[in-house]
Write a protein that binds this ligand. Structure first.
Ligand code: ZN
Length: 512
């Protein structure tokens, strides 16, 4: 590989991605994603913001001790405490990076930091220098760079390089820039900063105007060699540059860019589904690369062309991004081996601890449903929870309803200590069975969140298809999402609502 054309893939799903509303994850969930990112072969994993909270610190530390291969990075402000926390959290690994940042735009200086330009310059220099005393690999970001005066930005970058930064990341923090303008900014910095040839320039974009991938590509064409991105483009507001889009743009248009990445693109789809299932953030059907419709050709005229030759309308093959198309159907008589083989072919890993519960779910589903499609198996793998992760589990559910009188439900739950609790009497509602089930769950668990959104979609085909319910609630000012699947949509709803309650419960215990 020509090293000059190697683009470093810096994944920030666990840091910037996790900052998105409703996307907060547990330690176990973060580790699961970190393992998947390693399989995907990203170069750098930004594991979190170690100084933000004890929970963040622990997860950066756990990822640093468990994951070997990619560089493990953590974010820090330019102050002593942040940088010390960062270095402590990264202690378990030798392959580490500290990423320090300070805001540089006039608007941030004035309204956020209340600092003069000289103070910012000093903070950048001192911050990088201090990080450098803990590790060789130091990245520096001038926050809100795209809205910073170019001369001042050049000065700050010079100070960071002088202090020993090895990567200079230029973020479009508010998603404001446009490709041509952003490309020019990189050219300006690379030709005006002293020793710019001694560092790697990096790009970090947000998608507020839908331009994050285009802006990142413009930066690469102007000399940047690292892209910061997230799986499914999750992140604050409209999100970050999507890892699957930027890497497939580079791969598909190789003759144009002549760049290379180390990403194993056949892991893109399973990783996308894993992140979507953990965060509860659905991938839109029409999302590039990993959306359900990305490779569907339904218009008759396209199908005709496709049958003759796939390349008439397809610029990438579904197999290239890890969508394993097959018409194989499993059923009641399929054994453990057949199940596990399909799981592997679909690009998922099941460790010993998860194999048994997943196979049990498969058998349960096979009793209810004749044909089990790939999408059903994917849903089983992604939704099987290791038992010890949840406070509450569904044991039994009964509902009855009528269009003239409403509905009633009784629910039986098991809590983490194994105690069974149920609604002493049926809980009724005028608004149908879902509401009465939710009320019954609230009655037992004592949580009473505000329902914001309820979505249902079918996982596969046929009358007996599984329904997947996604529930979004707000509890004490914070959003939570959860989903559940079953052939019975009321049960899907109950499972989704319980997941939400379990998340709230974990979060409460974490903060106590
Ligand atoms: Zn960001």
């Amino acid at each position: 590989m020509n090293q000059d054309n190697k683009v470093i893939i810096f994944d920030t799903t666990l840091r910037d991605g996790e900052q998105a509303p409703g996307c907060s994850m547990t330690l176990g969930e973060k580790l699961k994603i970190a393992h998947a990112l390693k399989e995907l072969n990203v170069d750098v994993i930004e594991a979190g913001f170690a100084a933000a909270s004890p929970g963040d610190f622990e997860s950066v530390k756990a990822i640093a001790s468990e994951i070997d291969g990619p560089t493990i990075c953590t974010l820090a402000r330019c102050n002593e405490r942040d940088i010390e926390q960062a270095s402590l959290a990264l202690e378990p690994t030798s392959n580490k990076r500290i990423h320090v940042f300070v805001a540089t735009s006039e608007i941030h200086l004035k309204h956020k930091l209340n600092m003069a330009k000289e103070e910012v310059l000093k903070a950048a220099f001192e911050g990088v220098k201090m990080a450098k005393s803990f590790c060789d690999d130091v990245e520096f970001s001038p926050e809100d760079a795209s809205r910073t005066d170019h001369d001042f930005l050049t000065e700050v970058v010079n100070a960071a390089i002088d202090a020993g930064a090895t990567t200079i990341n230029i973020p479009d923090t508010v998603g404001y820039t446009i490709p041509y303008e952003f490309g020019e900014l990189f050219q300006h910095l690379i030709s005006n900063c002293k020793n710019s040839d001694k560092v790697i320039f990096s790009v970090h974009c947000h998608d507020d105007l839908g331009l994050s991938v285009a802006n990142s590509l413009a930066a690469l064409e102007s000399g940047a060699r690292q892209v910061e991105c997230t799986i499914n483009g999750i992140g604050e507001r409209a999100g970050n540059t999507s890892l699957e889009e930027i890497t497939m743009a580079i791969k598909t248009r190789k003759e144009y860019f002549d760049f290379q990445t180390s990403i194993d693109s056949t892991k893109l789809y399973p990783t996308s589904r894993l992140v979507s299932s953990i965060t509860g953030m659905h991938v839109p059907r029409n999302k590039a690369i990993v959306g359900d419709n990305a490779f569907a050709h339904e218009a008759g005229i396209h199908q005709h062309g496709m049958l003759r030759h796939a390349s008439t309308y397809e610029i990438m093959k579904p197999q290239d991004v890890g969508i394993a198309r097959s018409n194989l159907v499993l059923g009641k008589h399929s054994g453990r081996h057949a199940f596990l083989d399909r799981v592997k072919e679909l690009g998922f890993e099941l460790d010993e601890g998860n194999l048994n519960p997943a196979f049990k779910e498969f058998k349960k589903l096979a009793d209810r449903k004749k044909d089990i499609f790939d999408s059903d198996i994917e849903a089983i793998v992604l939704n099987t929870k290791t038992a010890n992760m949840s406070t509450w589990e569904l044991v039994d559910l009964e509902t009855s309803s009528g269009s003239s009188w409403g509905a009633q439900a009784s629910v039986k739950l098991k809590n983490i200590n194994g105690t069974i609790k149920d609604t002493k009497e049926s809980i009724s509602s005028k608004n149908g069975p879902i509401e009465s089930v939710f009320k019954a769950i609230e009655n037992i668990t004592g949580y009473n969140p505000k329902l914001i959104n309820f979505e249902i979609h079918s996982v596969s085909m046929g009358d007996d298809a599984q329904g997947e319910v996604t529930v979004t609630v707000n509890y004490e000012g914070q959003d939570y999402r959860g989903h559940g699947i079953s052939t019975d949509i009321i049960e899907s709803g109950a499972l989704a609502y319980l997941e939400v309650i379990n998340r709230i419960d974990r979060n409460k215990n974490k903060n106590n």
